[in-house]
Design a binder for this molecule. Structure first.
Ligand code: MN
Length: 206
């Protein structure tokens, strides 16, 4: 077994006998262009914006969440790659564990890579490495073009997530407050319940 090397950090931060989060299996061969945004009430509320690229979820933590207003520049801090299975995770990370708190699947769907340079499509891995990514989202809440741009490099990189100006831009609709619910279950983050961890560490049904 050779776990996807980019998941070493993800696994190293978590105890899978104590958290209901998925350890993640072998790298998926799937290159389906899926995205997910998870609302995560940890020590601080934030939204985890994740794009499936080469079998893992490339991830950014967005404190204020996405906006449909192209004038809003939302801070997005890169976090460790997550396994593809994580896109369905909704539940409670127990106190004392990494990221302790509540998680819901706030939006999900497919994306299309729009990143171009000199009129040519730039592959997603190269786009992320270069610090400029443009994607078209087909979510339930987020639709249309979004740009992710790295504004500071180095040990603590910072990116901005900005809605592109298109027919899905809507400065008058505050999507995070107007649509707080999970797209998986319809529950708000306050309504979710944790899975009980049975002896031996297997997650029992909630
Ligand atoms: Mn998070």
């Amino acid at each position: 077994m050779s776990p996807h090397s980019s998941l070493v950090e993800y696994r190293g931060k978590r105890h899978f006998d104590r958290t209901p989060e998925p350890p993640g299996g072998e790298t998926s061969k799937s290159n389906e262009p899926l995205f997910v945004v998870q609302k995560h009430q940890a020590s601080r509320l934030h939204y985890d914006f994740r794009l499936a690229v080469d079998g893992v979820l490339k991830s950014w933590s967005v404190p204020k969440g996405p906006s449909l207003n192209p004038r809003d520049k939302r801070l997005a801090v890169p976090t460790e790659d997550h396994p593809l299975e994580y896109r369905k995770f909704e539940g409670i990370i127990p106190a004392g564990e990494y990221g302790a708190g509540r998680v819901i699947v706030w939006d999900a769907g497919r994306y299309r890579n729009l990143t171009e340079r000199d009129g040519k499509l730039v592959p997603m891995d190269e786009a992320i490495a270069s610090g400029h990514v443009a994607v078209w989202l087909e979510g339930q809440k987020l639709k249309g073009g979004f740009a992710l741009t790295r504004i500071r490099d180095g040990r603590k990189p910072i990116w901005l997530l900005v809605k592109m100006n298109d027919e899905h831009a809507d400065p008058s609709f505050d999507v995070v407050s107007r649509r707080p619910e999970s797209v998986l279950t319809g529950r708000t983050i306050e309504q979710i319940e944790g899975k009980q961890m049975a002896a031996g560490g297997k997650a029992a049904r909630a």
